[in-house]
Write a protein that binds this ligand. Structure first.
Ligand code: AMP
Ligand code: GLY
Length: 441
């Protein structure tokens, strides 16, 4: 099948590899020259992924049959709607359905309207004065977020990034003054616990679960520093996580199913992968956010262990015929992102980076190129995450060790990695944290 892929990051490279394994011909559009995607593509074009006309022209010219849109920005401008209007099926949601990610207020209000469990206290504002009045009266610790998209970097948490009323108001004013996210401020109740990602495939009505993943959003080792798009992530061989029970996983799947049903009832049927970010609290899983796409890095954990044909799954999502028997191999995975120094604050970008794919493979790992580019025939870093290295194994420990061995074969100037991700100590810290919270109860 001829597939259009949109996006040039690690998540899209992982999707391209999965399409390639299932025998598809790949036609790719992306902003940056991702060598992993280029290697697998029959044709590709370097363009702005939000340029609907150019993407549609490329798709038409190459007679693609189905499209997969990786990042959120082209979803927000209606690329799926435009492709569908020229007869190309999409395994990604329309603009209206993608509001579940592009507007945090839409998501919270939908949960409220349909009385879906897992919601948190929230209020949205279009000016700083009303926000200030609300914050003065609020009874719980809060999280300050721009309502619109910020690439995962716009969230500040009381007690972690914000330590006083002045800190909070300074950030609220910054969001309004700089129009960050473009749609005002949402104040949310702070949820306390351990985070995990539950992704599903969705065909408008049915959902099929992917293995649970834990991402690491903070920039630095020990879970400190600014929020980022995600520094790395792991899955366990049983597809749960060491601190999440099967019952808790079922509760989160039930929340996602109700969201999918609510979107259909609202007239914006959702098709494509859906991403649920949950906080496991002493009162059960609470919803942190929904994304209208695969997570990045989470896609790099789950797609390499997908046994079912990814092309078939996408075709089924696009045409409303998803079956429950989507299979993943019983392997643990650990992904660590190599990022430019300063990522999350001010990246040192445009510097050479080298990757030895063959040696990485020999370590029981695989590599996905992300925000890199080819300049004068040389691979260089961009301002965002550069290369994802994914180790696989029978256990998290084995996968982590394979990942670390493979990381030796990524070299460059001014690059850094969160080496603590997937290590026994950090995983145990999560387990102990949940145990302590449960005991407090
Ligand atoms: P988001 O971009 O909404 O996923 O937020 C980025 C990160 O901020 C999340 O992964 C959490 O670690 C944290 N966060 C966001 N919302 C909340 C919340 N309501 N309570 C606690 N932490 C949150
Ligand atoms: N890993 C977080 C995200 O994809 O938004």
């Amino acid at each position: 099948m001829k597939v259009l892929t949109v996006g040039g990051g690690g998540r899209e490279h992982a999707a391209v590899e999965a399409f390639h394994r299932s025998g598809s011909e790949i036609f790719a559009v992306m902003k940056n020259a991702n060598p992993g995607i280029i290697k697998r593509s029959k044709a590709y074009k370097l363009i702005d992924e939000k340029n609907i006309k150019e993407v549609c022209d490329f798709a038409k010219k190459n007679c693609v049959e189905i499209a997969f849109i990786g990042p959120e920005a082209p979803l927000e401008v209606g690329l799926a709607d435009a492709l569908e209007s020229i007869g190309i099926k999409c395994a990604s949601p329309t603009k209206n359905a993608a509001r579940i990610e592009t507007s945090k207020t839409f998501m919270r209000e939908l949960l409220e309207k349909y009385k879906i469990n897992g919601n948190l206290g929230f209020a949205s504002f279009d000016n700083a004065k009303d926000t200030e009045n609300y914050i003065k009266g609020v009874k719980y610790d809060i999280v300050v977020k721009p309502v619109g998209l910020t690439g995962g970097k716009g969230v500040k948490v009381q007690g972690e990034h914000l330590h006083s009323f002045d800190d909070i108001m300074q950030y609220v004013n910054e969001i309004f003054d700089n129009n960050i996210g473009g749609a005002g401020v949402i104040i949310e109740e702070k949820a306390v616990g351990e985070e995990y990602t539950q992704m599903v495939f969705c065909d408008g009505s049915s959902i099929t679960a992917m293995p649970l993943v834990q991402d690491h959003k903070r920039a630095y080792e020990g879970d400190v520093g600014p929020n980022t798009g995600g520094m790395g992530s792991y899955t366990d061989a049983d597809h749960l996580l060491p601190f999440v029970t099967e019952n808790e996983s079922k509760i989160s799947l039930n929340i996602i199913q109700q969201i999918v049903d609510a979107l259909r009832k609202e007239g914006c049927t959702y098709r494509g992968p859906m991403y649920g970010q949950f906080m496991l609290t002493i009162n059960g899983p609470k919803l942190i956010e929904i994304n209208a796409r695969f997570g990045d890095p989470e896609a790099m954990n789950v797609l390499p262990i997908l046994e079912t044909s990814f092309t078939d799954v996408c075709e089924a999502m696009a045409s409303g015929t998803l079956k429950k028997n989507v299979k993943f191999s019983k392997k643990a995975t650990v992904c660590k992102y190599v990022v430019p120094e300063g990522y999350g604050v001010r990246s040192k970008a445009g510097l050479p980076i080298s990757v030895d794919e063959e040696d990485i493979k020999k370590c029981g790992a695989t590599v996905f190129y992300a925000n890199v580019d080819i300049v004068d025939n040389k691979l260089v870093t961009g301002t965002s995450r550069s290369v994802g290295v994914v180790g696989m194994g029978e256990s998290i420990e084995e996968a982590e060790s394979n990942c670390e061995n493979a990381l030796k074969y990524v070299n460059g100037e001014a690059i850094t990695v969160r080496h603590d991700i997937g290590k026994r100590e950090l995983v145990q810290k999560r387990v102990d944290h949940m145990k302590a919270l449960r005991k407090e109860r």
